[in-house]
Design a protein around this ligand. Sequence first.
Ligand code: GLN
Length: 262
Amino acid sequence: MNEAELLFSSVLNCNRMSLYLDRQRLLTNDESEAIALALKRRIAGEPLEYILASTEFMGLEFKLSPDVLIPRPETEILVETVIRQARAADNAKILDLGTGSGCIAVSLAKFISDSKITATDISVKALEIAAANAGFHNVKINFLCSDLFTSLSLSQYKYDIIVSNPPYIVTEEIWQLQPELQYEPLVALDAGPDGLEFYRRIIDKAPDHLEKGGFLVMEMGFGQRKAVENIFKKSKKFEIIEIVADYNGIDRVIVARRQTGG
Ligand code: GLN
């Protein structure tokens, strides 16, 4: 559906086909006011997903608020990559760092039924949305307010897979990108002066929380592959085993395995 179809079918609570077939339908005052208001917000630059307070990801509906990043189609590739890795293991223990709307954690819980998922976020408001999405989809996820690994105890509990779509935009560039980005939470986008801060922090601490042979799977921004690979190489704790490109041919997902020795 294009944006106009999405907006109209959502406000009028009908499917796409009826927009074209119900030609006799007259809009009520409330409906036309709701549409006028939504259009005004969209014209001002607000993303449609925030206006509708929901979006689709992995074929599932997710509630949204401006406290969470809008799930992107590229991130489905991250989820699909994790699903492939997790299917090889029974009862995979998975950690999603910076869950935001919960789109990654909830999709994984839906598609890998025997998985055990923990999801963290630094934002309590984001966690409320993520928990609502988990409830809506009837999946059990262990949510935790944490700045990456900081609130996770260094207990015996280790994960088979750590997944993250961390912030990866260079601070200076946020203001030069699409105007829609200004509506999204800065905490979900800003990754410091070189855009790599979160990769450094995650790669540094992930070995303490991963089973030996476990996987760290992360989304990357345009042109970041080499730099992220270098951070992995410097850590000497991982072997890079896969890079997955998105539909535009951009290297989007990196999979690294925690080395079994050391
Ligand atoms: N993919 C988002 C964008 O390019 C950024 C998300 C992120 O920083 N993880 O707008």
